[in-house]
Design a protein around this ligand. Sequence first.
Ligand SMILES: Cc1cc2nc3c(=O)[nH]c(=O)nc-3n(C[C@H](O)[C@H](O)[C@H](O)COP(=O)(O)OP(=O)(O)OC[C@H]3O[C@@H](n4cnc5c(N)ncnc54)[C@H](O)[C@@H]3O)c2cc1C
Length: 458
Amino acid sequence: MSRTIEVDYLVVGAGAAGMAFTDALVNHSDATVALVDRRHSAGGHWLSDYPFVRLHQASAFYGVASTLLGNARVQTDGPEAGLHERASAAEICDYYARVLQAMTATGRVSFYPNCEYLGDGCFRSRLAGTTYQLARGGRVVDARYLSPDIPALTPPPFTVASGSHVIPVNDVVAIADSPDRFVVVGSGKTATDATLYLLENGVEPDRICWVRPRDPWMLNRAVVQPDPTVFIGMGADLMAAAAAADSPDDLFLRLEAAGIMLRIDPSVTPTMAKTPTLAQWELDGLRTIENVVRLGHIRGVAPGVVSCADGDVAVPERTTVIHCAASGLQYPGLVPIWQRKAITLQPVRTGFPCFGAAIIGFVEAIMDGDGEKNRVCRPSPYSNTPQDWAAMQVLGARSSAAFSAVPEIKAFADSTAINPGRVPAERAADPEVVEAMRRLQQHQPAGMARLAELAGLA
Ligand SMILES: Cc1cc2nc3c(=O)[nH]c(=O)nc-3n(C[C@H](O)[C@H](O)[C@H](O)COP(=O)(O)OP(=O)(O)OC[C@H]3O[C@@H](n4cnc5c(N)ncnc54)[C@H](O)[C@@H]3O)c2cc1C
């Protein structure tokens, strides 16, 4: 059976990006939207992530513009006392289910779960087989362009010989035989989460081997907080450090000295800069792992041996290898957000994909003409290396300047908690905020100029 759907927008992907776009669009226009996802509900990768995952930064920075995720609660006990709450995967999925319910209650948003998008405005129900075609005049919104790869849905990027035990990170919670050795494979946030989960559950550090082909730089969570004194103060320190840097590596060493960046092993210069946030207690835990294998990417696992590009590592027979080696963030290249074929959601400030998608939804709601929309709302990339971290700062800042120059967009940006850089009206005259702003303005010109040189964008 085939049906035509008459809506203004067909949003492909009900993850964080698609939800933030749709929320901003329908709250600031009378548009109608069909939201399509192959998953059974809204929430994207969070529906399939490992059960002990949390947001790596404050809940307030994530979600949709109209609805705060969590309660903006500052933790009062535990290892992150003083830092803002971070939602678990279950809380994030529950949040998106409630946001979706509110959207569909408007009568202007319809949700098509379990549906595969086939291209050209066409999608098919994976259950009923019904195909749907967007009617002429409707626009396609690609909200899956930067959808991350996750270990649960990505096979290990190495061979697994029979008799060896390799599991995706999701299955750590199902381990029942207390292996002699745990081998964590991956360099990023998922690998740090898996390692910390083992430690928190009583696994001694010397039973953990960490195959870490690259070392990561991570942002100090304490300076990425929903408080303008902290966040803008961090921006000012970042610019001061950048102004004096003479290479991307030197930049990161200066950021480390300024308390902005963290690395696990102070004797190794990291080459990876995706920069999720990390707390001090996590850093302390990760530093207890001494068996770190830096022999390049893993090639294969067989009973008693883990083979890497630059050598083999002997492991006990009763070893469980934990696959945390999916690439996560994607780098398909920036494209203009508004093109004839689709509106392609991407970050528009430095990082913070939810805020970017919300800005795009708002711009779509209030402005006419794709050329003008592309002029005021430009994409900015995710980073992978220290050099492209510098590029992300520069392109994100240029993009922020462009959309902030439009008073309505600035007012929208200032109204929502998912904008990490906003100063709420009630804090604008706070002397500490004023001082942070002054320092930012003082250091920004030289810092930005130097970052542009380091990124090759001068
Ligand atoms: C474990 C993990 C933790 C993270 N933590 C954070 C964090 O704390 N803060 C942060 O800012 N970022 C975080 N990220 C980064 C991540 O990029 C953001 O969460 C981002 O917002 C992901 O949302 P998305 O909508 O782009 O992608 P997704 O969540 O992957 O959503 C895309 C959706 O599109 C659907 N889809 C794709 N193709 C089709 C098709 N052909 N037909 C139908 N549906 C389709 C998918 O089913 C999916 O539901 C994290 C990423 C991971 C993997």
